[in-house]
Structures are given as structure tokens and as C-alpha cells.
Design a protein around this ligand. Sequence first.
Ligand code: B3K
Ligand code: ZN
Length: 874
Amino acid sequence: GQVFKLEDYRPSDYLIPKTELTFSLSKEATRVTTVLTIERRKGVDAGTALALDGDELKLVGVSIDGKALGAADYSATPDQLTVFAPPQSFQLTIETEVDPSTNSTLMGLYRSSNVYCTQCEAEGFRRITYFLDRPDILSVYTVRIEADRTEAPLLLSNGNPVQHGNLGEGRHFAVWHDPFPKPSYLFALVAGSLGKVADEFTTLSGRKVELGIYVEHGKEALAGYAMDALKRSMKWDEEKFGREYDLDVFNIVAVSDFNMGAMENKGLNIFNDKYVLADEQTATDADFANIEAIIAHEYFHNWTGNRITCRDWFQLCLKEGLTVYRDHEFSADQRSRPVKRIAEVRTLRAHQFPEDQGPLAHPVRPRRYREINNFYTATVYEKGSEVVRMIRTILGTEVFRAGMDLYFERHDGEAATIDDFLKVFEDVSGRDLSQFALWYHQAGTPNVTVSSSYDQSARAFTLEIEQSLAPTPSESRKRLMHIPLAFGLVGADGKDLPYDGVEGATVENSVIHLRKRHQSVRFTGIAERPVLSLNRGFSAPITLSLEQKPEDLIFLAGNDRDAFSRWQAFNTLLTDALISGFRNILGGKQPEFGEHLQGLAGRIAADTSLEPAFRALALTLPGESDIARDIGKGIDPDAILAARHACASTIAAANEQGFRYLYEELRDSEPFQPDADGAGRRALRNVLLDYLALLPGGADLAASHFDNATNMTDRAAALTVLAQRHSDSAQADKALKHFEKQYSTDALVMDKWFIIQAGVPGPRALETVRALTEHPAFSIGNPNRVRALIGTFAGANQTGFHRADGESYRFFADIVLKVEKRNPQVAARLATAMRSWRSLEPVRQDKARDALVSILKQEKLSADLKDIVERTLA
Ligand code: B3K
Ligand code: ZN
């Protein structure tokens, strides 16, 4: 396949200031009439051909300024329309015919549950009409939609509604106009029969905006939380970033077949229904938090993505990393900042670190791609957000805000680059960010090694710090990074010790700026031996090799004033214990867990000065894949599972009384609220259940938790414990059957049922998953179903997926190919579950490689899947 390179970027020869689209909708043959106002760019030679992008298009007719083109004037294939020598400025009329009913890729115009909808990012618009389908072509759109009134009473597109009326023969039309020039990937259309939830929002300057959320008829009551989150997002963006909404309407549509979470089309966000629909009986607290975050994310794109868009797809992190940063800040403000930060870091480590440390590693701003849809990654999104966060850490909150203001002022209405973004921060701060910019340009997770010593007589504390960055694909030589390390020197009373001097590094606002390979940082005037608290708040997305005594970690876990560091210290103790337990098991010995861990777990659980959500996170053991990642190589998932199980059982047994007492005390007394407090109490109680279920009578306890649950959070938590910890019990069987029966017609809830069963540890999960692919609620064409059952099995069931006999890999290869026939994008995303195959022990590694190779042997492999599998094997 073709490789696209950043250095090949050049502006297009032609511009399209105006785009007028007319859709005559019909299920199998929708007619699209496109009238483009086109101008040759200044300085471009007359006679330069105009080449428009297409993808599987059927051309019906083409004319310039009303005159049909002759065969000698143009050439057309499904992938391209070339006009050989167009005039300097002209109107190009194109008529295409598309078939939404058979479009299973869910890109372009397709149908989902009898609704017409579109998805154009990244390159889906070219499946609707021929166009310069690249993000730096900004055009003003007017869209006319014609459809059968009964089939599609609702006709939506971007911008503001300007006209609607009857056409006769049962058909009607609507016209939408979007005054803001936008790239084609932000185009959207929805037509069908949907229920509406209406509200309104008055902006900072007093402009009234009509808000609409459209859902399947009968599900209106499930959209209330999303609407509330939308209004809070609009307000927050005004308060925190000075950003006001700019159209008369803002619409959100929930559809059930969607390739990802949601899409920020101008004024018409389209959502995967799983991120809109929720009530306490069908959604968990995690679902509510996701809905809040994604509603905010898409809304925030209106400024970071739409008003200022990307010059090319290499700049994807310009909108995605920044918008993730913004939604993280929003959630931190709406909920608990430290708890949110811990959750973010867990996600980053679980998804981005393995990517950065494996064959699919790429810079936050990549330099090349074969298939852009494969670059909507944890690196671009989550690491991209971390990089923005580091800019704030380095510049301080106020200068950062001044930089953002300048960004909006300077680049509004433009298609910008990462260099433009960095420049505004250089301009407002007067700093040189060229070394910092490597965070965008170099792949890989830097490792920072630190040792420390205290010299009592000199009252000096010295840190020896070294940074390194391992080679990643196509980047063998790495340059030194600018790493901001927030820190504290913690005294015996838990307070940060003051110091009177520092040598060897710039230290500002409790941040050490690491810029060289090796730095020796000496603090003077330190009255006592401090305990080092480093990378507080996870100020830099690095791995830290820090020799620290268990006593010091225990001290930090109990006393650091930075809540993230308290969590981190305990998590490090747990990880160290689990890894040594793993090594014992591999060596045929019993794992041993020190009493300090059990005691600390008990104290954290009972410490009412800490919020319940924090206690829940602290008590959650590192997952099997977290442990695998930290071990790095020679992974035997069965030994990891055994070590984790033994550790959890030890903690449970040692704290039985205290945990039971707390478990009772946390029983819900007030009516359900999906807020942070309520969610935190449920989270803690459900973590306690997970421990208590390991003790005698555990299955009965979980069964009664299930029977007495008054909300989905508790019900799903109990079902998980039953199915995954007591898989052979009658209680598990009964609860699974009950849940299936109760929710058989609710697809989103059935996904939870699939997820829970796909996650049952051990070799038998394969047969369960295979059987569930035949379940009436499963559908290979629906991305949510596929991700729930197959994605969970491959991504979150270490022992089931990495069966030593390789059977799961073979099953997986087959099913990925089946998914690929309908939907290459979803198949490619699934296949990334194999990315860490080289860290497995040799037997599993061979079997994993065989499965990957078998995919490559398929004829007519899509560009999407081929790209992922080839890079994974390289
Ligand atoms: N911008 C979309 C993602 C599009 C993915 C295309 N394969 C959603 C988001 O990040 O907000
Ligand atoms: Zn986004």
C-alpha cells in the first residue's frame, strides 16, 4: 500500500470555498448532487489537472458551469475524478449514486436501525461524493435533504436550519446552512424517525441555543444525563477557556452501529448510543462517567478541532490530544481531581505504554502512515493529552491559559499544525520549547533512573538522575528529552521539607527540569533525611526506576500530601509483591506476601479521611496485564493469575473483620445519584465484595449482593465476581441466566453480559466465547457487540486468550477475518490486541506469530488490517 509522509505535504492546487449538496435519500440508491465552487490557487499553472478523491463511488454525471463534460475533459474511477484542464474559477456539478443499505463499513452514508447517518472522519466523505477530501480544504456547506416523510420525518445536517417543506408524493425536504468554513470530515447528515429530548442553553453573551438529543423512540428518558452533561460542558468551556458556542442549534444523535465512541461533526454530533443512554437500572457508574466525558469531549471539539482544525492527518493530536486534555480537566472539576488523575494514569499505563513499548509505537505526531484510521490511538489521544498537561506544568496555569487564548485568537478559522500550537506557548512565555517538542516527535516511553543519598553532616540531599529512551520502530537513535518531574522531599511529619539551595538542575515550583542524560541534583539546607516523592501527579508520562526501601514506600502511601503519590506508593508495593510472587510460582514455590501489605490495605480501607473512591482505587490490585507489562518479558499469564489470586486472598483473610464491617456500613441508604460521591461509595463496597468473595461463603455473599442490587453498578459487580471468581458455582449459573432473561432485549446491557463471560479466567473461556458468537443477542456486524465479546476476550482475558495451546489465537484470527469482510476498521482495531506478543514466553510466542501470519496469508486483505498485522510482525 501507499505510504503517506509528512514531508510530502503541500497545499492543494485548488480551493473549494463553497459546497452545496442535495441528497435524495433512498435505501438502495441515494442520489447526491454536489455543486462545488472551485478556484485555482494563486501561482498554480493554468492547465493543472484537478484530482478529486473518491472511494467506491458511482458517477452519474459531471458538468462545469452547467455544461456536461465530454469524455476528453475528465476521467473517472470509483477512487478518483480528474478534470484535466479546468478554468481558473468555476462551478463543478457532480452527481453520484450511493447505496446506504449495503454499506457495512460504517464509513460514508449508511443505515443504522432504519436511520440514515454518516461518518466521515477521517476519509469517509469521499464515499459520498468526489471531493478534495483533506482537512485543509475549508468550505462553507449548504445541504438540502429530500426524503420520504414517513420514513424520515427528521432531517438533520450541520449548522442552522434554514428551510423545510413538502415535495409531494409523500416526500419532504429540509435545508441546512453552516456559516463556518469546515473540512469535509466534519460533514454529517442524519435522517429517520427518532425521539427527541429538547432543552436550551444561554451562552455567556446571551445567545439562546436550542439543544436536541435524538434517540430511538421510547428511549427519551435515558438521555437526561447526557443532556445535563452537555449543559455543564457548555458552561465549563465558557468559564475555563472563554469559549462560547456559535450556532443557533446543537444536536446530538445516538445510533447503535458506530465504529468508535462519537463524532464531533459541526453542530451535529453523532454518538454511539452506549455513550448517550443511561439510567441507574441499565448503566453503571463507569458508564455515567464515560458519557459525561465523551459528551464533553465532542462538545469541546467545537473549538479545538472544528473552529481550529488540522492541516493534515499527521497533526491529528492537535485536536485529539488537546481535546482529551480538556475533557480530563472537565471531569476533574466535576468530580474528584486526584481520583480522576489516578484513573487517567491507570488508563495511560494500560493502553498507551504497551503501544509505546511494542511494535506499533509511533510518535504523538507521526511522520508516516499507510492507513490513517489506524492512528486514532492511545498515543495520539492519551499521550497527546499528557504532553499538553506538561506544557501547563512547565509554564504554570496562567501562562498556559494565555497561550490557549493566543491559540484561539491567532488560528481561529484555520487548519493548523503542532508547530503553530507550540509557537503560541513560546510567544507568551518567552521560552524555547524546541527540546520539549520531542514529546511530539519521538516515540517511546522514557525511563528515568534515580538514586538518592543524604549527607547528614553537609545537610545535603543528592539525586543522581539518568534518562534513557529505548529504540522504537524506524527510530533507532533518540535525542534527550525535557522531562518535568514534580517532586517533594518529605519529612518525618509528612510535610515537605524546605531547602535553601539547589544545584545541578533548574527547579521551579517544585518541578525538576531534566534535560540532560545525567543530572546530579543537590539540595542543601535539609534538616533531616527526607523521603523522596517523585513524579508527583504523574507530571511526566515515564517509567521510573527508583530504588526505594519498602519502609519509605509505606511511609509515602500513608503520608504524602500528594494523593496521586500515595496511591502510587501503595501500587508500587503491590506490584513488587506480585512480581516476586510470580517468580516464586514459576520457580515452583509458594508466593509470599509480607504483613505490611495486608496491614496497609486494612488501614487504607478504613481511613475515613480519604474519599471512598480513592480507597477503592488503592485497594484494586494491579490487573494481570499491568503485572505482565511491568514484568516485560517471558510472560506466563497462568502464573500471573495465580500470584494475583494468592495476593488478594491473603489481603482478604488478614482483613476479614474490617472488610465485612465496612461492607455493611457502605450499604446504600440514600436514593441513587450518579455523582462522584455515590459512585465512590459503590466502588469501595464492590471492591470489598471482590475480596470477601475469596473467603468461605464467598459465592453466597456475591449471590445475595446480586439479588439485592438496586442498580446496575452493584448488579454487574456481583455478576462479575460470581462469574469470574466462582465460575463453576450454581450461584454463578443462576445469576447469569437471570441476567440474560431480564435484559435479553436490551442490547447495551447484554454487552455487559458478554463482557463478563468473555473475561472469565482460564482455558475454558474460549469455548464460552465461541458459543456466545451464536447467541441471538450477538451480531458480527455490530461494533459494540464485537468489542464486548471478542475485544474483551482478546484484550482483557490474559489466561483465556493466551492459552498455551494457541487455540484462542486461531479462533481470534478467524473471527478478525470475518469482521474484516464487513468492517475493516473494526477488524484492524481488534487485531491490535496481539501487539504485545513478543513479551510472551517462547511457546505462546510461536503460536501467536503463526496466527498473525495466517491473517497475512488471506487474499484481498484490507489496507487497515494489513497495516496493523504487518507492523505487529515487523
Ligand atoms: N474524532 C472522532 C474519531 C474519529 C475516528 C475515525 N476513525 C471522535 C473523537 O475523537 O472525538
Ligand atoms: Zn476527539
